[in-house]
Design a protein around this ligand. Structure first.
Ligand SMILES: Cc1cc2nc3c(=O)[nH]c(=O)nc-3n(C[C@H](O)[C@H](O)[C@H](O)COP(=O)(O)O)c2cc1C
Length: 246
């Protein structure tokens, strides 16, 4: 399911819709007999829902425990994750998918202190799907030691920033956006540093793989609330963009 289709808003490109003026290309409902063509597909109708998905994305911290993530959605989330860009096409990432109650309980047991759950944990524990994106630094050092890159010394000072974490973070963002596109919610959250060793032991994760956080996915629950952090307000474009010079 595509966000725009859910909202009944589809953009028309070419074909029988070419009688529309440019401004009319957006936010028109298609007749029922015209098939929807996914972005990237070849056809006369494409969705324009991307801006809407970006705008509607927000972290969801309470989930409906009775609505599992459809397997097709889970797989689409994962397929989109691996479309993320990666330096040297290293693709030094991995994704631990936790879905059964036992797997999820084990995750929460390993990553939290085990006390009475607060409101955050109560809502998050209801998420029916957890995906832990892990970054694999060695894959980048190996890739860049290849002849076309030539960093045979594997010196980490060559890296301006940890590309392995950046790329895995980009994959995480694609997962968040895909969840929204499918009408679900998601939340990226951190695993406390002191809990990473226990997390690795609980799931047999090799030391070479570092969890950059976790993405909870599911249908939003009734108790979902806006984060208090949002009271900070979104910094505007003029505040953060420096054009031409600082
Ligand atoms: C790197 C990173 C770490 C985050 N860690 C947490 C977290 O541990 N717990 C949490 O509830 N939200 C976490 N968030 C979500 C942010 O609080 C949230 O993105 C921010 O408040 C803006 O809200 P929005 O994403 O709903 O627009 C994290 C987000 C990022 C990008």
């Amino acid at each position: 399911m595509i966000a725009a289709a859910r909202l009944g808003m589809i953009a028309w490109i070419g074909g029988g819709a070419s009688d529309l003026s440019p401004s009319q290309h957006f936010w028109r409902s298609p007749p029922a007999n015209v098939p929807y063509v996914r972005p990237g597909g070849w056809g006369r109708v494409i969705g324009v829902e991307f801006a809407d998905v970006v705008r509607r994305r927000r972290m969801v911290r309470d989930y409906d425990p009775d609505r599992p993530v459809p397997p097709s959605v889970r797989e689409r989330v994962l397929e989109h994750a691996i479309r993320a860009p990666s330096a040297g096409f290293s693709q030094g990432w991995a994704f631990l998918v936790l879905e059964s109650q036992e797997e999820r309980d084990r995750f929460w047991a390993a990553t939290t202190d085990g006390g009475a759950p607060d409101r955050w944990l109560t809502g998050m524990r209801r998420a029916p799907l957890l995906i832990v994106p892990l970054s694999h630094k060695a894959a980048y050092l190996d890739r860049y030691a290849e002849p076309d890159k030539g960093w045979t010394d594997r010196d980490e000072r060559r890296w301006p920033v940890p590309y392995w974490d950046i790329d895995t973070g980009m994959a995480a963002l694609l997962m968040l956006l895909t969840a929204v596109d499918e009408g679900l919610g998601a939340c990226f959250f951190g695993i406390p540093p002191g809990r990473v060793a226990g997390f690795r032991t609980s799931f047999g994760v090799p030391d070479a793989y570092a969890p950059i956080g976790c993405v909870a996915v599911g249908y939003a629950g009734d108790a979902d609330r806006r984060s208090p952090s949002l009271r900070r307000g979104r910094r505007g474009v003029d505040e953060v963009v420096h054009r031409g010079r600082w």
